[in-house]
Each structure stands twice: as C-alpha cells, then as structure tokens.
Design a protein around this ligand. Structure first.
Ligand SMILES: [Cu+2]
Length: 112
C-alpha cells in the first residue's frame, strides 16, 4: 500500500511538472513555432536571460508578436522561414498575441 502511494505521488509530481512545462535556462534559445495560426507552445516558462525565437513555419502568412502587457510593443511582421527573437532579462509575465491575427495568443513566464 505504501509503495502504491509513493508511486502515485511520483506520478502526480510528474504530471504537475508537465503541466507547468519545462523551464529553459539562462543563456539558451527556445523556439516557438508558428504554424496554422497558432503559437506552439503557446505557454512557455523560461529563466531570465533566455532568448525566445518565434519561427514562422506557415506557407505564405506573415505574423508579428504583439506584447499586450505594460510597455507592450509589436515586432515587425515576419514571413515564412523568417523569425523574430527577444531576450527576456526580467522576471515577469509577458502575454502576447499576433498583430494582424488577435485570436492568436501566447504567454511567456520569466522566472529568476
Ligand atoms: Cu498572425
């Protein structure tokens, strides 16, 4: 019985860490792909100092990354096989959408 409990606890911990997503470390570059009008992964958790690179994998549609929080701004439009990168140095929550397609949504959580 105790063994089963330990196993379930492990399983719960594993599924919780999956739900939060991996935390990418300082200095690395993490790619978010854009395909079929979706940011993938849409929710990302990174450590401060990490660069996020949005890669346009559409056939012909251009997109942008529009940060909708305080001090928000919009990237230039980028076309298929082009990308936009931003380095996140400060912890915080950075919600974003796409300028021309507001229904496309994503979120970056930056932790210390
Ligand atoms: Cu778009």
């Amino acid at each position: 019985m105790r063994r089963i409990h330990a196993f379930l606890t492990l399983l719960l911990a594993a599924s919780l860490s999956l739900a939060n997503g991996p935390v990418f470390s300082n200095g690395s570059i993490v790619e978010v792909s854009i395909e079929d009008y979706k940011f993938q992964p849409a929710d990302l958790k990174i450590k401060a100092g990490t660069t996020v690179k949005w890669m346009n994998k559409e056939k012909r549609t251009s997109h942008s990354v529009l940060f909708t929080g305080p001090n928000g701004f919009e990237s230039a439009r980028f076309f298929p096989d082009e990308s936009y990168s931003r380095k996140f140095d400060k912890a915080g929550i950075y919600p974003y959408s796409c300028g021309p397609h507001p229904e496309m949504k994503g979120n970056i959580e930056v932790v210390e």
